[in-house]
Design a protein around this ligand. Structure first.
Ligand code: KG4
Ligand code: ZN
Length: 340
């Protein structure tokens, strides 16, 4: 008897639904919200409204593409947090209603744990190598940056995290300083490919242990540009590629240095990357290079599963279902990781 799970993701500005059966992805539908672009960032109230408009058609498409109906579902998994509370409320209310109507279990999912589970996503008959436990994971998203030891599919030990901005936030805030659109990470990635990563140097954080800091880099970037623009108002336009390449290089350097330290101290040589920033081409290459150099095994999610999606929610739901970790109708979404 197959175990078919519907996953729903609505933590930020992507409304997503996916059907996963016996651990294999059958469908992965994502509706992103263009409405935020003109504001230069996600507007929470607009995100909630767009989720409300998108959720029914997105779930319908996920079921149709999977060739399933609601009668085939064994459980509904949804993102409980962290994220924007109004956005989370749309997905969680929908999931609760559907689980009640179909009389099937409800499963709450931690969005960050799900990002790590994106490493285990594949379609049926697809060849992919999965990280063995325990493995070390650098989790880099728009709101979080953590170093995690994964002990099994559902047990994560956080050994380091950012004390200020997340890596994705550093990309997005610096992109804003450059006058680029939102989200800035993918745009910086794009321009960086044509630039010189050694062209400019920015301040490096001095944080001991496994924790991260990115706010100093952002300030150093801001002051550097302010000074340059005084002498040359066209500085950004003239050096955009080099600025993006140098900034991306600085962010990657910070991340790789901490991973290297963590491998040394934990002696875990199975190293994975997850979260939206794992889509960054420079970071993917740098970690792969470092892995080759030091003889680590490297695991990186497919690009389609790097940024927010519901397949990772459905797969985490599948593992929680197998271990009987179900939620009930009293569950409510939470905005912060430490509330989960
Ligand atoms: O995981 P995610 O999709 O959403 C959160 O859970 O936050 O991550 C979104 C973050 C944004 O900051 C975005 O700029 C960044 O991931 N991002 C990238 C790239 N693609 C997405 N950053 C750098 N390079 C990329 N190619
Ligand atoms: Zn995310």
């Amino acid at each position: 008897m197959s175990i078919t799970i519907l996953g729903i993701e609505s933590s930020c500005d992507e409304t997503a639904a996916s059907v996963v059966e016996d651990g294999h992805v059958l469908s992965n539908i994502i509706a992103d919200q263009k409405v935020h672009q003109e504001y230069g960032g996600v507007v929470p109230e607009l995100a909630s409204r767009a989720h409300q408009q998108n959720i029914v058609p997105v779930v319908d498409r996920a079921l149709a593409e999977a060739g399933k109906t609601t009668d085939d579902l064994k459980a509904i998994a949804f993102t409980r947090g962290p994220g924007l509370i109004g956005a989370l409320l749309v997905g969680s209310s929908f999931a609760k209603g559907l689980s009640l109507a179909l009389n099937i279990p409800l499963i709450d999912v931690n969005h960050l744990q799900a990002h790590i589970m994106s490493l285990f996503l594949k379609r049926k008959n697809e060849e992919r190598s999965f990280p063995p436990f325990p493995f070390l994971c650098l989790l880099v998203s728009g709101g979080h940056t953590q170093l995690v030891i994964m002990k099994d599919h559902l047990t994560m030990e956080i050994i380091g995290q950012t004390i200020d901005d997340a890596a994705g936030e550093a990309f997005d805030k610096c992109a804003k300083i450059l006058g680029l659109g939102y989200p800035g990470g993918p745009l910086i990635d794009l321009y960086a490919r044509k630039g010189n990563p050694e062209a400019f140097k920015f301040g490096k954080p001095k944080i001991s242990g496994h924790d991260f800091s990115f706010s100093g880099l952002k300030t150093s970037f801001l002051y550097f540009l302010r000074d340059q623009l005084k002498g040359n108002p066209e500085f950004i336009a003239q050096y955009l590629n080099d600025l993006c390449a140098s900034l991306q290089h600085a962010i990657i350097d910070i991340l790789i240095a901490k991973v290297t330290l963590a491998v040394k101290e934990t002696n875990i040589r199975e190293v994975a990357l997850a979260g939206g920033v794992s889509a960054n081409s420079g970071l993917r290459e740098a970690l792969t290079r470092q892995g080759k150099k030091h003889n680590w095994n490297i695991y990186i999610p497919e690009i389609q599963y790097s940024t927010d999606n519901a397949a990772m929610i459905a797969l985490t739901g599948y593992y929680k279902y197998l271990s009987g970790k179900l939620a009930d109708q009293t569950i409510t979404p939470v905005a912060r990781f430490d509330q989960l």
